[in-house]
Design a protein around this ligand. Sequence first.
Ligand SMILES: *Cc1c(COP(=O)(O)O)cnc(C)c1O
Length: 394
Amino acid sequence: MSNWPELESKYYMHTVDRVPLVLVRGEGARVWDDSGRQYLDFVAGWAVNSLGHAHPAIARAVAGQASTLIQTSNQFYTIPQIQLAELLVKNSCLDKVFFSNSGAEANEGAVKLARRYGQYHLAGAYEVISTYGSFHGRTLAMVAATGQVNHQKPFLPLPTGFVNVAYDDPEAIQAVTSARTCAVMLEPVQGEGGVNLPGDDYLKKVRDWCDRKGILLILDEIQTGMGRLGTLFAYEQYGIVPDIMTLAKGLGGGVPIGALMAKDKVCVFVPGEHGSTYGGNPLACAAAYATLKYVLDHNLVSNAGKVGQYLLDGLEKLKQKYEVVIDVRGRGLLVAIEFNQDIGASLLAACLERGLLVNRVKPNALRLMPPLTIGNDEVDEALGILDKALSSIA
Ligand SMILES: *Cc1c(COP(=O)(O)O)cnc(C)c1O
């Protein structure tokens, strides 16, 4: 058998410290490594595999489309693209869509659109306010939007036109809003930053401020959208509507696709100003259509809410049991458990040993984001492993 980690270190750029597992196969909420060992997957490709692994609905859609039409130049109409756009618009508060290949790219499109809107309607305003602890992607502009020093510092100088302020602090946004501001860009819940939930009225206050100033509210729902928080989109839980919304991750159920969505009044691109060779290709759109259709037809959104609450309740019991657990938080199936010491790495290893994959989102916190198809029995299994893992190191 090949030594894959050794070959990887020889041929692949070292951009991530890997978990020592070579995954070769998946089914539902489970994956298998190259030695045949099975794991319960509470990472799900970073909240991507909404229907779990190797779901027949996605596999069928991809195989069917691959043998029909994978890619055309985007100057031609293709049916899966239009069908997916219609399904997304009909199930959201936004009016139009543009498809990209990733989340960062969708966010780039959002900022370009906001700047173009600023040129038409806000006397050339171009600046975007975003928050510390956010994550908006890895392109240079999105690194500037991502308010985390560790993502920014290695790549200075960053593109200008971004201002970072504290999260969950509407006044911080008000304080830096100026004639240059065209938009505020936020995650409804910060995902990569540690599953940080804002106060219940935060988004409402920011929405009111944006309305008062005539500036745009961009919601990055790349992680929170597509049912993960127990509603199809997170904004539904906060009683507001964004002007622009971006999606990716769960959208394609594992096949790369992102979406930029906007209200009609914001759709100011004219032909030639934005585009993508692969964006909106029939293959990815067929996969995303099959994923979303399945999510809607099988009530996976309410399943995420119910099973998510069951998971939170179970974690709350672990918090009562173990002093090292200081916080349990989340909504739907985006959940974090935080400790009073930096035991994230050793706990991850202890879970791995017992057959559970989790994400160490901070040195002292784990993030859980299983497929939306998960049931209480699988949550019980994960909770049992977490319990044993905690007792082994706490
Ligand atoms: C993952 C993520 C992104 C970046 O998506 P990519 O597909 O990796 O470019 C942007 N915003 C949020 C909130 C994310 O979770």
